[in-house]
Design a protein. Structure first.
Length: 251
């Protein structure tokens, strides 16, 4: 799919250790949250889908280097996929290695309707600190907010604030950035000061608690489109409300 034709989901969790069961739990959680989904295929080096009749056992065997390989639904015309990798300690907030999970959802009505449930299921199964699900067209500009000023002296696009690289953020609970759908664990919500009933009325109208005490917070009613001035303004207001996000707070 072209960049604007998918919804990208990313969550950040503590690094995998030993015989960690979270990769299998994450994949199962995504399947439960997306109607009719089965992620029982892998992709060969030449791009061909290969069936995985013993998917969970295969995942357990292939979980190494603190990540897990891509599994998908095997439908090249309607791809749904997920994989995990390690963000090393020297590239992570607080010098603590992270388990980073990436998933791709289709941008049709089914994928959009399932996105919040999938984000919650993946994040909770990974025991994530935070994460987001965002249409890739908006995600491109949001990713460009993270700045290495020496390497790229140009300011972020669309008047969005500059964000620090992950390794410059003081705690792993502090989100690196915002997205359309945001998962904040209880610790992440506390770190950024959410919720404040007086200031977060609008966000709370599109938010829900999770079983672990975290939050799923939806920034806009429809998928984030930064060509829509109202959506761009909503994103900017959220950054103003939460200066800790992206390591911008002086505290």
């Amino acid at each position: 799919m072209a960049a604007k034709r998918k919804v990208t989901l990313i969550v950040y969790a503590p690094a995998l250790v030993g015989d960690d069961s979270r990769p299998v739990a994450v994949v199962r959680g995504m399947e439960r949250a997306f109607p009719g989904l089965r992620l029982d295929w892998r992709v060969a080096e030449d791009g061909r889908p290969i069936a995985l009749p013993q998917r969970d056992a295969w995942l357990a065997d292939e979980t190494k280097d603190r990540g897990f390989p891509l599994v998908c639904n095997g439908d090249e015309s309607y791809p749904v996929m997920i994989f995990g990798l390690e963000l090393p300690a020297d590239s992570s907030p607080g010098g603590q290695a992270q388990f980073e999970v990436h998933a791709q959802l289709p941008p049709d009505a089914v994928g959009i309707a399932a996105a919040a449930d999938v984000l919650e299921a993946v994040a909770e199964s990974a025991r994530a600190s935070w994460g987001h699900a965002t249409p890739s067209s908006a995600g491109v500009d949001i990713a460009r907010q993270t700045k290495n000023w020496v390497a790229n002296p140009q300011p972020p696009p669309r008047g969005l604030p500059a964000l620090k690289p992950p390794e410059k953020i003081r705690l792993p609970e502090i989100p690196h950035r915002l997205g359309w759908l945001n998962y904040w664990s209880a610790a992440a919500a506390q770190a950024i000061g959410f919720p404040d009933p007086a200031r977060d009325t609008e966000l709370l109208s599109r938010a829900r608690r999770t079983a672990s005490g975290g939050w799923v917070v939806q920034l806009t009613d429809t998928p984030l489109d930064l060509d829509d001035p109202a959506h761009l303004d909503a994103l900017k207001r959220a950054y103003e409300r939460f200066p800790e996000i992206g390591g911008r707070s002086a505290s």
